[in-house]
Write a protein of this length. Structure first.
Length: 56
């Protein structure tokens, strides 16, 4: 039973580390790039161009 308890705590510890890494990456990306860069995409530009061609 002690092995399972240890594995449970290890899993919770890894989960906390992954969560902290995600939050740290989120903060790093948010401070490095502007909102315009983060919300733009090449696929979105191509889709908008195709829609404009269909309307014309």
């Amino acid at each position: 039973m002690a092995l399972w308890t240890f594995l449970e705590y290890a899993a919770w510890g890894l989960s906390a580390l992954f969560g902290a890494a995600i939050v740290a990456d989120w903060i790093k990306i948010d401070t490095t790039y502007s909102e315009d860069v983060l919300t733009s995409s090449r696929e979105g530009e191509l889709e908008a161009l195709t829609e404009q061609q269909h309307k014309a």
